[in-house]
Design a protein around this ligand. Structure first.
Ligand code: ADP
Ligand code: GLC
Length: 475
C-alpha cells in the first residue's frame, strides 16, 4: 500500500517495552493498526533503565548536547517485533524505580523529564531523523507529551498535531518558577494558554495548542466538557469542542483470544471455558456454585474498588465468588485481602501484576467487574467480551460505549452483552450483582449473552480507520 503520510507518536509507555496501564497497550497497538490504513507511525518514548540494553547496536537518529540538563539522543531499536525510537538521556531516565515515581514518590523532576520527551518530539518534527524520516503529523499522548504540540506552536511550526487524552486525572502540573527551565515563553503564561491555577499544566498547554484533540471513547469526550469529569479542564475542552472527538480504543484480538487459551474454546463450544474455570478454582482454592466474578485492575479510587466490600456479601450469600488480581493503593489492597479472609473458598486475592494470570482469569471467569467512577475507555471489559466473561460495569465513559446492558428489550432481541449500572455507588453495584446472579441462573440466556459478547467487534479496525480519517483531514 502506498504510504499516505508519517506520524510521530510521542508517549511515556508502550507495549511490549514498558506498561503501567492501558495507555501502553494503545500506544503499542496503533502503529500496526495504522499501517493497515497506509500511515507510517513511529513511537518515541524514554529509554528508562530497564530498556537500556535495547540501545546496543541501534542507530542514533537524533541528538542534542543539552536536553534539559544533559545530553540526549534518539536511538532506533525494537523489541518483540515492535520498532521504537528510544530517547536516551541518562540524567533523566536512567534510575531505579518506575517511569513516574521512585521510592520517595513522584520524581521531583517529572516536569523536566517529560518536557524533554516533548521537546525531542517537536525537534524531530522540525528537523526529521537522520535516516531521512520526516514526520507529517505529531500525535501526543496524555500530559507526558502535552508540551510537544505547545513547543511546535511556540517555535512557529506549521505541521498539524493531535493530542489524545487517555486520562484527564493526570494533568502535568509544574511550578510557575520552572517556566524558563521548561523552555516555555513567558508571554504564554496566562489563563488562555498554559497557566493553570497559578502554575503550569503540560496537559493544558497541549489542549490549547494541538490542532485536534481526541479522547479514547465518545462518551468520555462528552463527559470531559462537564465539571464532574473534566477535573478543572472542562472549560478548556469545551472551548475547543469543535476539534474534540472520541475514538474508542480497540484490543489486540490475537493476544486476547479464547482460541489461544490453555484450554481453547470458541463460539462453537464452551467446554474449554469450563475446564479453564475448574483449573482456576483449583489454583485459588475456590468453590463457587454461582457466577465467578473477576477484578483485574489497578486498585485505585478511579476504579471504584472501595465499593466492593459493602456490595459483595449478598452476592456471596447468593452463591457468587470473587477473584481479584491487582495492586495499587495499600488500603484497597488490604480491603481486598480482608475479603479473602472473611470468605475463604469464595473470595481469593492476588496482589501483584501478572499478565499470564490475567489471561487465565479471563478464560476461566464468568464475569468481570469494572465499577469505575470514571473510565476514559477501559480495556478489561473488552477482554471480557472477547472471552465471553460478561462485563458488569458502571455506565461511564468507554464502559457505557462498549457494554449493552441486559434489560428486557436487549435480551428480547439478543443484543445484551453484560450489565451496566448507575450511579457508581454501593447500592447500584449491589443491584447489578443481584442481576448477575439471576441472569447466570438462567443458563440459556447466559449462554446467549456469552455468544453475543464474543461476537462484538472489539479489534482495532474501526478505530484505526477513524484515526486515519482524522490524519487525512489534517493533510
Ligand atoms: P487503566 O489504564 O486505567 O489502568 P485499562 O482498562 O485501560 O485501565 O487498562 C488496564 C490494563 O492493565 C489492562 O490491559 C489490564 O488487563 C491490565 N492490568 C491491570 N492490572 C493488572 C494486573 N494486576 N495484572 C495484570 N494486568 C493488569
Ligand atoms: C487510561 C484510562 C483507561 C484507558 C487507557 C487507554 O489509562 O484510565 O480508561 O483505557 O488510558 O486509553
Amino acid at each position: 500500500m502506498a504510504i499516505k503520510g508519517r506520524v510521530l507518536s510521542v508517549a511515556s509507555e508502550c507495549v511490549p517495552l514498558l506498561k503501567t496501564g492501558g495507555l501502553a497497550d494503545v500506544v503499542g497497538a496503533l502503529p500496526a493498526a495504522l499501517a493497515a490504513e497506509g500511515w507510517d507511525m513511529r513511537v518515541l518514548m524514554p529509554a528508562y533503565r530497564p530498556l537500556l540494553p535495547l540501545l546496543d547496536g541501534g542507530a542514533v537518529l537524533w541528538q542534542s548536547d543539552d536536553l534539559f540538563g544533559g545530553p540526549g539522543r534518539v536511538v532506533a531499536t525494537s523489541k518483540g517485533g515492535m520498532p521504537v525510537l528510544l530517547l536516551d538521556a541518562p540524567h533523566l531516565y536512567d534510575r531505579e524505580g518506575g517511569p513516574y515515581s521512585g521510592p520517595e514518590g513522584d520524581w521531583a523532576d517529572n516536569p523536566q523529564r517529560f518536557a524533554a520527551l516533548s521537546w525531542a518530539g517537536a525537534m524531530i518534527m522540525r528537523d526529521g531523523l537522520a535516516d531521512d524520516w520526516h514526520p507529517d503529523i505529531l500525535h501526543a499522548h496524555d500530559w507526558q507529551a502535552g508540551f510537544a504540540p505547545a513547543y511546535m506552536a511556540y517555535e512557529g511550526m506549521e505541521q498539524p498535531s493531535v493530542l489524545t487524552i487517555h486520562n484527564i486525572a493526570f494533568q502535568g502540573y509544574a511550578s510557575p518558577a520552572l517556566l524558563a527551565a521548561l523552555r516555555l515563553p513567558a508571554h504564554q503564561f496566562h489563563a488562555d494558554a498554559l497557566e493553570y491555577y497559578g502554575g503550569i499544566s503540560s496537559l493544558k498547554a497541549g489542549l490549547v495548542t494541538a490542532r485536534k484533540i481526541t479522547t479514547v471513547s465518545p462518551t468520555y469526550a462528552e463527559e470531559l466538557m462537564r465539571p464532574a469529569f473534566g477535573m478543572g479542564l472542562e472549560g478548556v475542552i469545551h472551548a475547543r469542542a469543535a476539534d474534540v472527538s472520541g475514538v474508542l480504543n480497540g484490543v489486540d484480538t490475537e493476544i486476547w483470544s479464547p482460541e489461544t487459551a490453555a484450554t481453547p474454546y470458541s463460539l462453537r463450544s464452551f467446554k474449554g471455558k469450563a475446564a479453564a474455570r475448574a483449573a482456576l478454582c483449583d489454583e485459588f482454592g475456590l468453590e463457587v456454585p454461582g457466577p465467578l466474578a473477576l477484578i483485574i485492575s489497578r486498585l485505585t479510587d478511579q476504579k471504584g474498588i472501595d465499593l466492593i466490600p459493602a456490595a459483595i456479601p449478598d452476592f456471596i450469600a447468593g452463591g457468587g465468588g470473587l477473584l481479584v488480581l491487582g495492586s495499587g493503593d495499600p488500603a484497597l489492597e488490604g480491603a481486598m485481602q480482608a475479603l479473602a479472609e472473611a470468605y475463604p473458598g469464595r473470595v481469593a486475592v492476588r496482589i501483584g501484576y501478572d499478565e499470564a494470570l490475567s489471561q487465565r482469569m479471563f478464560a476461566g471467569g464468568d464475569a468481570v467487574l469494572v465499577p469505575s467512577r470514571f473510565e476514559p475507555c477501559g480495556l478489561t471489559q473488552m477482554y471480557g467480551l472477547r472471552y465471553g466473561t460478561l462485563p458488569v460495569v458502571s455506565a461511564v465513559g468507554g464502559l457505557a460505549d462498549t457494554v449493552i446492558t441486559a434489560n428486557p428489550a436487549a435480551l428480547a432481541v439478543g443484543a445484551a452483552t453484560g450489565i451496566t449500572f448507575a450511579p457508581t455507588d454501593t447500592v447500584a453495584l449491589g443491584q447489578a450483582l443481584a442481576r448477575l446472579l439471576t441472569l447466570y441462573a438462567d443458563q440459556k440466556t447466559w449462554a446467549k449473552m456469552m455468544r453475543t459478547a464474543m461476537r462484538q467487534p472489539v479489534g482495532w479496525e474501526t478505530s484505526a480507520a477513524t484515526y486515519a480519517a482524522l490524519y487525512d483531514s489534517l493533510r
